[in-house]
Design a protein around this ligand. Structure first.
Ligand SMILES: Cc1cc2nc3c(=O)[nH]c(=O)nc-3n(C[C@H](O)[C@H](O)[C@H](O)COP(=O)(O)OP(=O)(O)OC[C@H]3O[C@@H](n4cnc5c(N)ncnc54)[C@H](O)[C@@H]3O)c2cc1C
Length: 402
């Protein structure tokens, strides 16, 4: 019997398993993940802001597995040895495989900014997102004790897609924070420091401007053109532009790092040729030199032939890769040729809190409340796609009318 290991049960890995477990054949799958639950990373900002509990964005992995065909191991992958076809785990015996699907996802990238790791909170998984919310609430309590306004300041480093979605969710959470601090909502200050002068570059200027105006109207202080130089405890140091020698400081008791992500560090430690934890994969999603290893989701880079740059790493492409890797692996098991991966984005919609959003669906622009309905439909579709009907019915967002 052929042994398949799938490493990481995020969008890419779980989709691959769910697709493979339905197929007939003489193979067994072993799925490994740190956690015994799957979480929707696209909703982490809601856990970080406290607007959704962990249970709303996650479900037990075993609930969606065919346990006759899949063995689940809850453990951390330490290293993959493609030469000896083995995977080292932290607490279990080394696994041997005939085929591997590597889908270990993203981690925070600090770009070497001094103090970022030590003095800013990252938002990369459920525990780190829950920690942000707990931290905010602790700071509100400290304000009650000290009346020091720095405890009411929340600062997001980076106004990319993730930073903007987080800012919107924090605006929704502001009422709760204010209650905990015993102040009016307008006393809670939310700022976003961003090096670029134009935010949301994935959208055209008019749509991005709409997003900027909306976020400002909601009371977020958007500090664009500010290059972060260092993070000190409770302080962000920045310059206005790259060459300005004057260093400015902004104080905040809560500093959250959403400036960028890279692929899992396990990729580099396993000796794959990579850049920032991402492997430039073959057209069929296998690793260069290893036709029995698929590298998918945020740990892979796939060229977009139209832009000649790698596709942005998203849940949408990760899910498609999971499906495609499962199909190719099945072909290999039956001595059939693999097929090249192709991708057409269905669009991107950024939520700004629960009732606002903006983005593109196909080529159509969507804005405001209708866009937030579209966003929830996209999330529901993704939930159905990975978790199936049962998970959609228990976790789906059907609060479309307010
Ligand atoms: C706040 C936020 C909003 C986003 N919004 C969108 C959006 O609207 N649309 C969109 O398409 N994309 C969005 N993204 C990006 C999207 O979440 C990622 O591209 C996507 O999660 C990648 O999927 P993946 O399966 O490759 O990895 P992940 O979802 O990161 O899953 C990786 C899995 O591997 C496990 N794992 C990691 N390391 C190990 C290890 N060493 N050992 C064992 N297990 C391990 C993890 O526990 C996890 O289950 C957003 C991201 C964030 C943070």
């Amino acid at each position: 019997m052929k042994q398949i290991v799938v490493l990481g049960a995020g969008y890419a890995g779980l989709k691959a398993v769910r697709s493979l477990q339905k197929k007939e054949g003489d193979f067994h799958i072993t799925l490994v993940d740190h956690n015994d639950y799957h979480y929707e990373a696209t909703e982490l900002h809601e856990v970080a802001s406290g607007t959704q509990p962990k249970t709303k964005i996650s479900y037990p992995i075993r609930d969606v597995l065919d346990t006759k065909r899949v063995t689940f191991i809850q453990d951390s992958v330490v290293k993959i040895n493609p030469e000896s076809q083995s995977v080292e785990l932290k607490n279990h015996a080394t696994l041997q495989y005939d085929y591997a699907v590597v889908s270990l996802g993203f981690c925070s990238e600090t770009f070497g900014i001094k103090g970022a790791k030590e003095n800013a909170l990252e938002m990369v998984d459920v525990p780190s997102s829950e920690k942000i919310y707990q931290h905010i609430m602790e700071m509100m309590k400290k304000y009650r004790e000290t009346q020091d306004e720095k405890y009411l300041q929340i600062l997001i480093c980076g106004a990319g897609f993730t930073g903007i979605e987080l800012a919107g969710a924090l605006v929704d959470g502001r009422k709760d924070y204010a209650k905990a601090a015993g102040v009016s909502e307008d006393k809670i200050k939310i700022s976003c420091v961003e090096a670029a002068t134009r935010v949301l570059p994935m959208f055209d200027e008019k749509l991005a401007d709409y997003g900027v105006e909306l976020i400002k109207k909601l009371g977020v202080n958007l500090m664009t053109g500010c290059m972060i130089k260092e993070i000190k405890p409770g302080e962000v140091l920045y310059t206005k532009g790259k060459d300005d020698p004057e260093v400015n400081t902004v104080a905040a008791a809560t500093i959250i790092w959403t400036t960028g992500v890279s692929g899992s560090q396990v990729i580099g430690e396993s000796g794959f040729e990579q850049r920032r934890g991402r492997v430039m994969v073959n057209a069929d999603l296998t690793a260069p030199e290893y036709p029995n290893v698929y590298i998918i989701g945020d740990v892979s880079a796939v060229m977009d032939p139209t832009s000649n740059r790698p596709y942005p790493t998203t849940a949408q492409i990760a899910t498609r890769m999971g499906l495609h890797a499962a199909k190719n692996l099945y072909n290999q098991l039956h001595s059939k040729p693999t097929e090249a991966f192709t991708f057409h984005s269905l669009g991107t919609v950024a939520s700004i809190g629960n009732t606002h959003a903006l983005g593109l669906v196909g080529k159509t622009q969507v804005k405001g409340y209708p866009a937030s309905v579209v966003k929830k439909s996209i999330m529901n579709k993704s939930l159905l796609d990975i978790g199936g009907l049962k998970e959609l019915l228990s976790k789906g967002r059907f609060d479309l009318y307010h």
